[in-house]
Design a protein around this ligand. Sequence first.
Ligand code: DPM
Length: 372
Amino acid sequence: MASTTNVVKVGSRKSQLALVQTNTIINKLKELNPEYEFVVVTMTTTGDNILDSALSKIGAKDLFTRELELALEAGEVDFVVHSLKDLPTRIADTLVIGCVYKRDSEFDAVVMHPKHKGKKLEDLPENSVIGTSSLRRAAQLSRKFPTFKFENIRGNLNTRFKKLDEDEKYDAIILAEAGLVRMGWDDRIAQVLTSDECMYAVSQGAMAVECRAGDRKTLTLLSDIHHQDTAIACIAERAFLRRLEGGCSVPVCVSTKLSKTKLTLTGGVFSIDGKQCVLDTHSKDLPEEPANKKMATNGHLFAAIVPGNIDPALCHIAEEVGTELANLLLATEAANILAEAKEQTARAVMEEKARKEREMVEKTKQGEVTAE
Ligand code: DPM
C-alpha cells in the first residue's frame, strides 16, 4: 500500500478542459515519480457559476482561481493546475507558481458555423456576427474587419460549440487553439490567427501549477517539469501585464520570440472599439554561458513564478524586458488608451451589476405574483 506521505492532493475545476489539463500534469509527474499517488479534488469557482456575463464585466481578476487558492491555503489540496492566462499577475504571497509547463499553441483559432465550412474570416459576408467575450480579440479583429459585429459568448467550450451550431446567431467564434486541441476539437479549426492578425493574450497556451510558497516537497516535484523557454517567455509577458496593471479587463496583447541569444517581446494596447492602438517591441540579449544556477534569489519570484531549476539571471532579464516594454508604452498615447479602456470596463462592470439587480427584482416580483 502507498504510504500516505506520498499522496499528493490536486485541486481542479470540474470543467472538461480543467480536468484534461490537470490530468496532463499528473500523468507527467507520475511518469517521473512512480512512487507518488495523486488524488484529484474537484470544486466549483465563481467563474463557473456566472454564465450570463462577459468575463470583463464581472470585475474580478481571480474568478476561476479564488476558491482553488483558498483550498490550497487551507491545506485541503497541495497544488492546482491553471491556464496561466487565467492566473492574475499578483497572487497571495503565501502562494507561488511552482512551474510553468511546456507551452502549447499560443495562437487564437476561428471555428466556423457549419454553413460557412471551408471559409476563412476574410470570406465571411459583411455584418457577420463573431462570438467572443474577449475584449482583446474583438478590438484587434474589428480593426481588420470593421463591418463584423462582436457578440458576447460565454459558457464552457461544449456550450459554446452548441450555441454556435444550433443558434443561428453566430457566423463564427474565436477560441484559443490550445484549448481546442486539448479538448480534441482540432477538426473544427477553420483558421489559426497569426500575430499579424490577432496577437495573443499574456501566457496563452501555457499551463501553470500553483502551490504553497513554503511547500518544499511539492516545489521539488514541480521543478522537474518547469519548462525553461516557456517560463522565460511567460515571465516577460506577465511582467509586462503587471506593470500595465492590466488583466482581462483591457485589450492587451503580446507576441514573444525567444532564441538562444535573444528575447524579444512585442506588446500592444488597444482601445475597446479597436480604433486606437499602440504597439512596441523591446528585446535583450541573453547570456551565452549560463550563470551560476546557485545564484541566490532570496526567494525572489518573477511575476509570481519561482525560478526553480532555471538560471535566475535569465528570469531577471525576462522580467526586465516585460517591465521596460510596459514603461515604453506608458510613456506614449498608450497610457491614455489604457486608462480610458479601464474606465470603460469599470463602467460596464457597474452597469452589469445594476442589470443583474434589476433582473433579481423582476424575478422576485414575478415570484410574488405567481405565489398569489
Ligand atoms: C482570458 C481570456 C479568455 C480566457 C481573455 C482573452 C477568453 C474569454 C472568452 C484571460 N481567459 O483571451 O483575451 O473567450 O470568453 C481561457 C481559455 C483558455 C484559458 C479559452 C480561450 C484555454 C487556452 C489556454 C478563457 N483561459 O481563450 O478560448 O490555456 O491559454
